[in-house]
Design a binder for this molecule. Structure first.
Ligand code: NAD
Length: 471
């Protein structure tokens, strides 16, 4: 049981001014495993002031100095991958192998940012004009709970590479994971104030970051509803914003797809991070002509997706992060049934024997129409909608018939054809025949999936502002 009472401001752990206590509850056992004193507006303002003081000197650092800092950050965080993974399993309920992957991606993001920075031309000149890419100012980084270490490291790495100083507002649901990360980063002994971290409520600490005139940029990962508020409330101080929001990613199975490969992959994509993943491929678009074979393949493949204790390496689907999230998934499953979709596997309630934690039954609906609520709204749980199509054109139309456009997947034997289909999908990333990442490729969404991009040079550019000097 850990009691966290401090934030990280100006290079030191300092007592919270905010006095509201929030308990951390393990979603597997429902036991209280820790508590955190939530920060308030005053904590946020202190952190912003520290970042503001540190900004002028840090903004003048060279590429080499920033690269040194990024390598140092990588070194100290890499030293505690096991602890960071264990915290994600315990506090969030992330399954162990996936949690490790997420933590490793977070750790590597410092080196990826360094590589991207080296590729960037921060000064360009022609004739008597010189353009420099200047750090935008103090950045507020607001993150979601479903991959805490990755989001903080990724945003921090890009901002630091861009020469910005930052205030991080992690999800209030991730204080134990954040604490381990802070202990690591503190070991790097970096210049005070370049990064500051205040855990608190979104409508308190997050809102202060969005409102405060000393914060120039908000980089946010979370829900569309909060993203909209940030756009609206940030307008008064002309905030630059990056918004990484939700998704309802289509996964198109072309009629020549090898089902032995494509169906287990489709379930893996849908149940990624126990379904609590923005990129999860939750709409499986299948050729009507192969529907029967696809139903059989799903029933066969589902057995591999064991639900249970996330610390068990055999487990593929862990608990939902909170009871609220559990209830949200249940209500969507009930809605799907009420709207006439057919439950092929899973359904409402806990899996047998797992009544204690926030466990849901991985659920696959068939006979889903794309206009049903379960096909349009982000459920954020292990729920897959199978939607039949007649022609390739119809598959593309259904894929794009969504307010979201974050991610998409295409599977098929004819790669040229799969590429042609991929090029017609309105989404920030389309992956062909697999589930891959490229940390230098842009990450972000079309439409309601967000504004702007993260990762690689695209992610660093989001923290820069061009200035031209003309003689
Ligand atoms: P959320 O919007 O509830 O919270 C996200 C963060 O915003 C938290 O830190 C929260 O405290 C803060 N916040 C809440 N109200 C705020 C306010 N008024 N002002 C400023 N900050 C505020 O989202 P969540 O439930 O934590 O995360 C789930 C959502 O995040 C899903 O929609 C998911 O798709 C999305 N997500 C997107 C990506 C991506 O990369 N596109 C990645 C992960 C999650």
């Amino acid at each position: 049981m850990r009691a966290i009472t401090q934030h990280y401001i100006d290079g030191a752990f300092v007592e919270s001014h905010g006095r509201e206590v929030m308990q951390s509850i393990n979603p597997t056992s429902k036991k209280v495993i820790g508590s955190v004193l939530l920060g308030d507006e005053e904590d946020a303002r202190r952190a912003i002031a520290a970042a503001k003081r540190a900004f002028p000197a840090y903004a003048r650092t060279t590429k080499k100095e920033r690269a040194d800092i990024l390598r140092r950050m990588h070194e100290v965080v890499a030293a505690r991958i096991d602890d960071l993974t264990a915290a994600m399993v315990e506090e969030y309920g992330g399954v162990s192998h996936f949690s490790r992957l997420i933590v490793e991606s977070g750790v590597e993001s410092f080196l990826h940012a360094e590589k991207a920075l080296q590729q960037m031309q921060l000064v360009r000149s022609w004739d008597k004009t010189t353009v420099t890419l200047e750090p935008v100012g103090v950045a507020g980084l607001i993150t979601a709970w479903n991959a805490n270490t990755l989001f903080i490291c990724l945003k921090l790495a890009s901002a630091i590479a861009g020469g910005c100083t930052v205030v991080v507002k992690p999800s209030e649901l991730s204080p134990l994971q954040t604490q381990v990360l802070l202990e690591c980063l503190h070991e790097a002994r970096l210049p005070p104030g370049i990064y500051n971290v205040v855990t608190g409520r979104g409508d308190v600490v997050g809102a202060e970051l969005v409102r405060n005139p000393d914060v120039a940029k908000i980089s946010f990962t979370g829900s569309g509803a909060v993203g909209e508020q940030i756009l609206r409330n940030g307008a008064a101080t002309m905030k630059r914003v990056t918004l990484e929001l939700g998704g309802k990613s289509p996964n198109i199975l072309l009629d020549d797809a090898d089902l032995d490969r494509a169906i287990p992959l489709a379930l893996g994509i849908a149940f990624l991070n126990s379904g609590q993943a923005c990129a999860a491929g939750t709409r499986l678009l299948v050729p009507k002509s192969r529907l029967d074979a696809i139903r059989r393949a799903i029933v066969d493949a589902i057995a591999a997706f064991v639900v249970g204790d996330p610390a068990d390496p055999k487990v593929a689907v862990g608990p939902m992060v909170t009871e609220t999230q559990y209830e949200r998934v249940q209500s969507h499953i009930r809605k799907g049934i009420a709207e006439g979709a057919q439950v092929l596997v899973g359904g409402v309630g806990h899996p047998p024997g797992l009544e204690l934690g926030n466990f849901v039954r991985p659920t696959v609906f068939v006979d889903v129409r794309n206009d049903m609520t379960i096909a349009q709204e982000e459920i954020f749980g292990p729920v897959l909608c199978v939607i039949p199509y007649e022609t390739e054109e119809e598959a593309i139309r259904i894929a794009n018939d969504s307010k979201y456009g974050l991610h998409a997947f295409v599977s098929g034997a004819d790669v040229e054809r799969a590429r042609r289909v991929a090029s017609q999908i309105r989404a920030g990333r389309v992956v062909i025949n697999g589930m891959r990442d490229d940390p230098q490729a842009p990450w972000g969404g079309f439409k309601h999936s967000g504004v702007g991009r993260e990762y690689g040079t695209f992610g660093i550019e989001a923290f820069l502002e061009p200035r031209a000097i003309l003689e």
